[in-house]
Design a protein. Structure first.
Length: 353
């Protein structure tokens, strides 16, 4: 019998116990103790040979797939895991292990690391994260920002323009990718316009090794209207009167990192630099055209994996001003590049050329 919204003979309303709920609340913004226990049942994970399965189970449990719902095929479990984290559990394990080695004096928690990866993948608001991860909104926002910076710091270790095979003329493919942003209200200008997204955006330069599954260079962000070859040179051609001197060009640009006698492979946007970048020409043999096409297609696969993360495929909403927006977007972009790099090294390679 139901009286006043309660089930007769119990202390529950709508199936929930009021007294237990009040006792289980904490002032730090967390929810029920029993819910926390379920969410943290795999927290103490040792990074050993069984880490992949442990992290797979823990990650699925954290996003709502408990033990009972994990009794499905391995393919479906992995699809669900990647759908929430963007990379595989082996990549998560390897990245977290390197983070712990880099930040030995800090106590890093796997839950917070995976919450950050999930945020980069789904780009959820603080309110949604609070419900999913059982922390208050401010804690979630501050935590993911801090861990994203830490993941970004691994770029110095994982993405370097070196280590190429010495017998190859073509070192890497090069391309620029656009990401959407909210309008730059403190710096309104047509330079931010992206023709790819028909709105405000930024551009990043990426180079991918043609032999190995690794990104070797990222640069940016630049205003979306900046031409690809201008980013590559580090300046506009008309910035200098004497072409050979390149006095006004940024010496940190990729143009100055390419050894003599070596080249990159690019699309038609790079035809102005035949000494540094080869593009497909009608005079090329069929096998050369096919090699270039497959190399560029492989690079597009890497770009697609970046856009698999919601923080890069959606419209970026963080940042209080132009400089702060660019800084935060760069952190997210480079953190995603690092995660994709770990994923390529741990069972998810790019296509072969």
């Amino acid at each position: 019998m139901i009286r006043s919204g309660k089930v007769s003979g119990s202390a529950r309303a709508n199936g929930r116990g009021h007294g237990d709920t009040r006792r289980q609340r904490r002032v730090d913004g967390r929810g029920h103790r029993n819910r926390r226990a379920r969410g943290n049942e795999h927290t103490d994970i040792t990074l050993d040979s069984n880490t992949k399965d442990s992290i797979l189970a823990y990650g699925l449990s954290s996003v709502g797939f408990g033990d009972a719902r994990q009794k499905v095929s391995k393919r479906l479990n992995m699809e669900r895991f990647r759908g929430h984290f963007g990379v595989g559990p082996k990549a998560i394990a390897a990245c977290f292990k390197d983070l712990k080695a880099m930040y030995k004096n800090e106590k890093l928690e796997l839950k917070h690391f995976m919450m950050t990866v999930c945020w980069l993948k789904l780009y959820e608001t603080g309110s949604v994260m609070a419900g999913r991860w059982d922390h208050c909104e401010d804690f979630c926002r501050n935590t993911v920002k801090g861990y994203a910076v830490k993941i970004q710091a691994l770029k110095r270790k994982k993405i370097k323009f070196c280590g190429f095979h010495q017998d190859r003329i073509y070192l890497a493919t090069i391309d620029c990718v656009h990401c959407m942003c909210n309008e730059f209200r403190t710096d309104p200008h047509s330079k931010w316009y992206s023709h790819k997204h028909n709105g405000a955006g930024v551009s990043y330069e990426i180079a991918v090794d043609v032999d190995d599954d690794r990104a070797v260079w990222t640069a940016g962000p630049y205003p979306a209207s900046t031409h690809d070859i201008t980013i590559f040179r580090g300046g506009k051609k008309e910035s200098t009167k004497q072409r050979k001197n390149e006095k006004m060009w940024d010496k940190n640009a990729l143009y100055f990192q390419i050894p003599e006698g070596k080249k990159l492979i690019g699309d038609s946007g790079y035809t102005g630099e035949p000494e540094k970048i080869s593009t497909t020409m009608k005079e090329h043999d069929a096998h050369v055209k096919e090699f270039f096409a497959r190399a560029k297609s492989r690079h597009e696969t890497f770009n697609t994996r970046l856009k698999f993360f919601g923080v890069l495929s959606g419209r970026f909403r963080h940042g209080k001003g132009a400089d702060d927006k660019l800084k935060q977007h760069k952190t997210c972009f480079e953190a995603v590049c690092v995660l994709v790099q770990y994923d390529m090294e741990n069972g998810h390679p790019l296509m072969e050329i």
